[in-house]
Design a protein around this ligand. Structure first.
Ligand SMILES: [Zn+2]
Length: 366
């Protein structure tokens, strides 16, 4: 009897060990489950003091970070990005980390990110041999190459990001993302005539990397979101003249922090946004000529800004409830702006961190 009981106890212990190991194996799956999503598309405009860092969390729970703010400043921008990714959006990883172009306020933390949060894949406009405007480029790009293990994917106009979409179907629209510009090239200029093409007034040719920015167009049903990095005036004109190959968009991330060397009326008027978000800083971007151009757009319901432009009168800027941060950088809390798109793509709401969300209807134009 005693011998039999000992055998039973041994079997029990073996079973308990197997169950414990099975539970351990299950844990990573549970953390993946924690990344599941409510079917909305969320877009977080993270405040990086006049740089850019935009996190999209797709209806299927995939996370896409476009740009990563400035390096240094005691990890200021890196910490703000990690807070939004992990604590606000509840993501355990970044599935796609994208660089719009090779300026420090856009890829400042791509290399450092991997020590804070796993990154599955990197995308960019292609890595140039050198960058005339940045003497530190060779050193910085070496860090990027190391972080990506030399496996970043160069995107070209017309490329589509391979996105996970919910398999359940049930008539829900699928999210798509198309590359519109990259490395100075654009998608073909086809489509309806652009009535604003004649408003183009050429500016001096921009030889910086801004002109080679990656632009992306995301669509979910009738909803469209356009983000163009720091794309500049003459490239915007080439993209949008004489035809409009983009169509209209509901949410537009105002290009290049709202600087007036970008945001050619040929582009911004033709896309007829319903709402805009400007990723400016207290003394960078959010410029009056751009605010004025946007004001002339009949479809536009609201302009949002990450910062109050402290050099400009309040009366010409969006109202305080549409501005995320009002102080200068030293005092700044780094509040984000979040847009959430309904699963059917028919409505979206925009919320400044800590304030009430505002609802917008997607325009049925496409
Ligand atoms: Zn920039």
């Amino acid at each position: 009897m005693n011998g039999l009981r000992m055998v039973e106890q041994r079997i029990f212990r073996v079973l308990a060990t197997v169950l414990a190991m099975a539970a351990l194996l299950w844990l990573p799956r549970n953390s993946v489950l924690a990344d599941e999503k409510n079917g909305e598309l969320d877009i977080y405009f993270i405040d990086v003091e006049g740089g850019a860092a935009t996190l999209l969390v797709t209806p299927a729970g995939e996370s896409i970070l476009i740009d990563s703010g400035y390096p240094d400043y005691g990890g200021r921008d890196l910490n703000r990005i990690v807070r939004v990714v992990k604590e606000v959006a509840g993501r355990s990883r970044i599935d796609k980390a994208i660089v719009s172009h090779w300026h420090l306020d856009h890829y400042g933390n791509h290399a450092a990110l991997v020590s804070k949060v796993p990154v599955t894949a990197f995308y960019d406009r292609g890595i140039p041999e050198d960058l005339a405007e940045d003497k530190g480029f060779p050193e910085r790009i070496a860090l990027y190459r190391a972080a990506t293990q030399n496996k970043s994917t160069a995107l070209s106009p017309g490329d589509k990001l391979l996105l996970k979409n919910a398999e359940s179907g049930q008539g829900a629209p699928q999210l798509t993302a198309e590359v519109i510009t990259s490395s100075g090239k654009t998608i073909p200029n086809v489509g309806p005539a652009n009535p604003f093409a004649r408003e183009h007034v050429a500016k001096p040719e921009d030889t910086s990397d801004n002109a080679r920015s990656l632009s992306l167009l995301f669509k979910l049903g009738d909803f469209a979101f356009l983000t163009c990095g720091d794309l500049t005036w003459n490239t915007e004109h080439r993209l949008m003249s004489p035809h409009n190959p983009i169509g209209q968009v509901d949410l537009f991330m105002v290009t290049h922090h709202g600087l007036d060397v970008s945001n050619n009326p040929v582009l911004v008027k033709a896309i007829e946004p319903v709402a805009t978000v400007t990723c400016n800083g207290p003394t960078k971007g959010g410029m009056l000529p751009v605010l004025k151009t946007l004001e002339t757009i009949p479809t536009l319901k609201a302009q949002f800004q990450l910062h109050r432009n402290i050099k400009l009168g309040d009366e010409v800027q969006p109202p305080p409830h549409r501005i995320a941060n009002s102080s200068d950088t030293a005092e700044c809390k780094g509040h984000y702006i979040k847009a959430s798109v309904s699963p059917d793509g028919k409505q979206f709401r925009i919320q400044v961190e800590g304030k009430q969300p505002e609802m917008f209807e997607t325009l049925l134009r496409r």
